[in-house]
Design a protein around this ligand. Structure first.
Ligand SMILES: Nc1ncnc2c1ncn2[C@@H]1O[C@H](COP(=O)(O)OP(=O)(O)OP(=O)(O)O)[C@@H](O)[C@H]1O
Ligand SMILES: [Mg+2]
Length: 512
């Protein structure tokens, strides 16, 4: 049984600061705090007025004894001199985490926010630092995805967050003609990641509304469906996170508009960037309404009449598609599980998606690198940005998307793009380099050798042979870059669609 409780509000603020500055994840820090809390006399652990206003934690992730959780319960019972179980046990664990986090945060400040020094100082004699490092490193959750089966029907498991050997990142390109299973595959990947990576968030840009209408998918991932026309997207793309250099953002923001409407001229772009800059200089949190007012004033000062640029900003303001205040910190934003249903946005569909990607890219850029566990070369996975029907974004050469793919890896963010064909990346070779993994479903017509070679990381000679294979694939069959034990670089697999995964007992795949 999964037992949940909440830490205190203060504890939550402390763990967030520690997480941002140390690069450790919540569970690691809470486990260290628990260890510190257990060093105190249990009778001195007090309940606090702000108790239960903090972060939810799950007992399973804290005790780390797995099936031997009884040992942990027994130790805690001995410490307390009474049988501890159920809510009483959770109450105690919560108080111990709260108290331990207090100690950890104080030590961190005393060490001038130097994480290594903090660990060394916590217990210089017994070397708590060493054990804390073990506690911390044990939390890079391995994510192993059941992809499907090979030609002999053997299950293929993908060590998704492995970073080493032949796998350099989790960025993934999924391509193929309609009906072959791209969205089903995307859902299968996301749901397995969500089940295994309890701390991993995701943003699914749901172009046609396919993911949001699949109840089993929503339930299994615990995702929130956001339909911006009904309820604002819970972020303000105009709000700049603390550690992002604000002076550079207005230009990038204006570029987002330009990629959506390539007809925007330099004058319009500059006016947009200047209006945004003026809002930033004014100090209050910028909103689309304020941006529209300022842009209009600039136009009036220059005797320009309203045009596409003002029209777009007016539309964003009047439709109230975004929150006016940024309530989530960058790491909280990435920890959310969001299905953004764009299907009813019509004329501003891609613009809303680009603005969300712009906000995510800013959030990613100010986070520390995600921890890596050296032993089995796994990197903590913070978030997956999954984009269905990605050709719409690729075609418009969306700048924040490329930046996100480029900068995400080291921060523990993987990008998955489901599109129609390798040709969608034509003219943007950087994607081919940055997307380490490719799954090619059936293509309508043979792609150029150059494009096929690019996405599969193969020679053009091999691509030429594969071109005939990919046009003849059946539903759910793919040619992929996954190595399956044989020596060749690519493999031919049958993927596991989400609907089938959902029907499997437990849905966790073979041997798990
Ligand atoms: N519950 C189910 N039972 C059996 N088959 C299903 C189920 N749900 C979906 N499918 C199959 O999945 C296929 C759709 O796959 P999917 O939506 O992933 O295709 P796609 O490649 O994303 O297509 P498009 O490009 O049109 O979005 C359907 O044709 C159907 O055969
Ligand atoms: Mg689809």
């Amino acid at each position: 049984m999964l037992e949940r409780s909440l830490t205190s509000k203060v504890c939550r603020a402390q763990v967030e600061t520690l997480r941002n500055k140390s690069g450790c994840d919540f569970q690691a820090l809470e486990r260290i705090a628990l260890a510190l809390g257990l060093q105190e006399d249990p009778r001195t652990l007090q309940a606090r007025p702000d108790d239960k206003g903090g972060r939810a934690f799950e007992y399973e992730h804290i005790d780390h004894f797995g099936t031997h959780g009884e040992v942990f319960r027994s130790v805690i019972s001995v410490l307390n001199n009474q049988v501890m179980q159920g809510s009483g046990l959770m109450e105690f664990v919560r108080k111990a985490i709260n108290a331990g986090m207090e100690r950890l945060a104080a030590a961190f400040e005393a060490c001038h926010q130097d994480w290594e020094m903090t660990l060394r100082r916590l217990d210089p004699i017994e070397g708590f630092g060493k054990s804390a490092r073990l506690l911390a490193s044990a939390t890079v959750t391995p994510i192993d995805i059941w992809v499907g089966t090979d030609g002999q029907g053997r299950p293929i498991v993908w060590a998704f967050n492995r970073e080493g050997g032949d796998q350099t990142n989790g960025n993934t390109a999924i391509m193929g003609v309609p009906g072959m299973g791209k969205t089903q595959f995307l859902q299968s990947l996301l749901s397995q990641i969500a089940v295994q990576g309890s701390e991993t968030g995701f943003l699914a840009l749901d172009y046609k509304g396919d993911l949001g209408k699949d109840e089993r998918f929503v339930k299994r991932t615990g995702a929130r469906i956001i339909r911006p026309e009904e309820c604002p997207v819970p972020l303000n793309p105009l709000a700049i996170p603390e550690r992002v250099p604000a002076r550079l953002v207005p230009e990038a923001f204006a570029e987002v508009f330009k990629s959506f409407r390539p007809g925007l001229g330099e004058v319009q772009k500059n006016a947009l960037a200047n209006a945004y800059r003026d809002l930033l200089d004014a100090g209050a949190e910028p909103t689309f309404t304020a941006l529209h007012d300022r842009l209009k004033a600039i136009y009036e000062e220059n005797s320009r009449s309203e045009d596409t640029a003002t029209g777009l900003v007016r539309q964003l303001a009047s439709l109230q598609l975004f929150a006016e205040k940024a309530t989530l910190s960058p790491s909280e934003l990435l920890g959310q599980r969001i299905i953004l249903d764009l299907s009813r946005l019509e004329s501003v569909r891609e613009l809303v998606a680009f603005l969300v990607l712009h906000a995510f890219q800013m959030a990613v850029s100010c986070l520390p690198d995600a921890p890596i566990e050296a032993q089995d070369e796994r990197r903590a996975l913070r978030c997956v940005v999954a984009i269905d029907e990605a050709h719409h974004y690729l075609r418009r050469k969306s700048p924040p998307l490329l930046t996100l793919v480029r900068e995400g890896r080291s921060r523990g963010v993987a990008v998955m793009l489901a599109s129609q064909s390798p040709e969608d990346f034509r003219g943007q070779p950087e994607y081919e380099e940055l997307l380490g993994n490719a799954f090619l479903f059936r293509l309508g017509q043979p792609p150029s050798n150059r494009s096929l070679a690019g996405v599969l990381h193969e020679s053009q000679r091999t691509a030429k042979q594969l071109a005939d294979v990919v046009v003849g694939l059946r539903q759910y069959e793919v040619v992929s870059t996954l190595r399956t034990g044989e020596n060749n670089r690519h493999s031919r697999l049958k993927i596991l669609p989400f609907w089938q995964l959902a029907e499997e007992a437990g849905g966790k795949g073979p041997g798990r």
